[in-house]
Design a protein around this ligand. Structure first.
Ligand code: AMP
Length: 509
């Protein structure tokens, strides 16, 4: 059924499909799923969802391993007009209790190993439970295999919810970001254009699909372009380098690029067939960017987005991809930098709060009208929580989360500035600068770094090298050398963990 007025993401993805035999996904087990298969399977699964009582607007909470059936479940949920709610596979039952009682889904889909534990939680909100394992098998696919594939896509308006993604919640409770059909469709279509995706593209998909990067950026962009993706359960550098011989695009978090650089097989020759390497979700070190260009001849394209906003900015396809910058606001997206206190817009190159507005920006936090109101300006700009600047050429630079800002002796210290100095020292792999409670200064600037194997970098050598390069108030009071920085699954350094580890170092004895 062709519904011209229907804004359902599923209709927008597939209504104009020319060739159902076109390949959409291939897996390492040799499965090849066409666009026609995806639509049929989504129809079968949507029929099962409806049989289980899922109504338009209902939430379907999903904590399962990455599989094609998982993608089908996402598409089926959207097709049925329900709201897809993916959950990080690392969440424990205790954490799931919060998400499920907060979101009140009508159906919970989980790994068979968790079904028993989840049943008690689901019962609290009267949700049904179905299972799906890492191989895509479970009660849900058993039922779907028997169901008919005809399904009339439930019409939705632009502003209706398609998904709720919980933010990672490093400060306080996770919040459910409500994303509409148009948020998702408009952003993916913009990216198809901006990154020049076509049906000839083959994406190496090694990201998790419970997060905006792997679920929306990677999957929706590929499907809108009628391209195909090679689905991998996780990052596997040897395999990825092998697959580059017939793929065209890789999307990854910075860890992908640092891990691939450690592989001796990475070269100009092995990346010759590739046309685009995209990085995001966490800052890509300028050093990694340069090393990648030197080894492969490709400049990584770094972009910036977040769960609440989809993608906001991107380095250009044709113009200069600047190491350490996240590029220009995407077409249709407005970005500005403001004084965090007054909200007044700042001039170019001045550091402040990044705010964005556009069709990409979410509708608000689930059942948190006050929180939502507090994070939007009256003129509709969303306060991202990221500190940064827009330079004279219009490139946006991220200097870190606002909550990671260090205030020492009343002065603002932007961690990125000190991290960049330390990262540039010979023998340093990477660093993180944090503020730790200090009796005299409020917070003491503290650096934690990882050194290259065999390098002799230590606290004294770092402090000596920084002396004279940084204003006194920015100088770290202590420098710690560690084996690795704590990271979450999306490659973000968990500064909250570091702050906790070092919280007592300046305590008066
Ligand atoms: P998430 O909601 O998990 O996607 O996290 C979003 C946050 O990740 C943003 O608010 C930024 O702090 C950070 N982030 C995403 N992309 C980049 C990037 N390219 N450079 C620096 N930080 C980034």
């Amino acid at each position: 059924m062709n519904q011209a007025a229907d804004a359902n993401l599923f209709s927008r993805l597939f209504d104009g499909l020319d060739d159902p035999k076109r390949l959409a996904i291939e897996t390492q087990d040799g499965d090849r799923i066409t666009y026609g298969d995806l639509i049929e399977r989504a129809g079968q699964m949507a029929n099962v969802l409806v049989e289980r009582g899922v109504k338009p607007g209902d939430r379907v909470a999903v904590q399962v391993e990455k599989s094609v059936a998982n993608i089908v479940l996402y598409l089926a949920t959207v097709r049925a007009g329900a709201v897809y709610l993916p959950l990080n596979t690392a969440y424990t039952l205790n954490e799931l209790d919060y998400f499920i009682t907060d979101a009140e889904p009508s159906l919970v889909v989980c790994d068979p190993a968790k079904a028993e534990g989840l049943a008690a939680i689901a019962a609290k909100v009267k949700a049904k439970v179905e299972t799906l394992d890492a191989g895509g098998k479970g009660s849900l696919t058993e039922a779907a295999d028997m169901a008919k594939s005809d399904f009339t896509t439930v019409p939705r308006a632009n502003d209706d919810l398609a998904a709720i993604l919980y933010t990672s919640g490093t400060t306080g409770r996770s919040k459910g970001a409500m994303l509409t059909h148009d948020n998702l469709a408009s952003n993916s279509l913009t990216l198809v254009d901006y990154w020049r995706f076509t049906e000839k593209d083959v994406l190496i998909h090694a990201l998790p699909i419970y997060h905006t990067h792997g679920l929306f950026v990677a999957t929706n962009v590929t499907l809108f372009a009628r391209a195909s993706m090679i689905f991998l359960p996780r990052l596997d550098p040897d395999l990825i380098i092998k697959l580059m011989a017939r793929a065209t695009v890789l999307m990854g978090v910075p860890t992908f690029y640092t891990r691939l650089l450690q592989n001796p097989a990475l070269s100009r020759e092995t990346t010759r067939h590739m046309r685009l390497f995209v990085s995001g979700s966490a800052p890509l070190l300028a050093d990694t960017h340069r090393e990648w260009s030197a080894r492969t001849g490709h400049a990584v394209l770094e972009r910036y987005g977040m769960t609440e906003t989809n993608m906001n900015t991107s380095n250009p396809y044709d113009g200069e991809r600047v190491p350490g910058a996240v590029g220009f606001p995407l077409p249709g997206v407005s970005a500005r930098v403001t004084d965090p206190e007054t909200g007044k817009e700042l001039a170019r190159d001045e550091i402040g709060m990044i705010e964005v507005k556009g069709p990409n920006v979410f509708k608000g936090y689930w059942r948190m009208p006050e929180k939502t109101k507090a994070e939007f300006r009256p003129d509709g700009f969303f306060i991202t929580g990221d500190l940064g600047k827009i330079d004279h050429k219009g490139y946006v630079h991220i200097l870190g989360r606002g909550k990671d800002l260090v205030i020492s002796g009343g002065f603002n210290v932007y961690p990125k500035e000190i991290e960049s100095e330390i990262d540039a020292m010979p023998g340093v792999v990477e660093s993180a600068v944090i503020g730790v409670p200090h009796a005299d200064f409020g917070e003491g600037v503290t650096a934690v770094l990882v050194r290259q194997p065999g390098a002799s970098v230590d606290e004294a050598s770092v402090l000596k090298a920084l002396d004279g390069r940084l204003a006194k108030f920015k100088m770290p009071k202590r420098v710690f050398v560690v084996d690795e920085l704590p990271r979450n699954t999306m490659g973000k350094v968990q500064k909250n963990i570091l702050r906790d580890t070092y919280k007592d170092i300046y305590a008066k004895k």
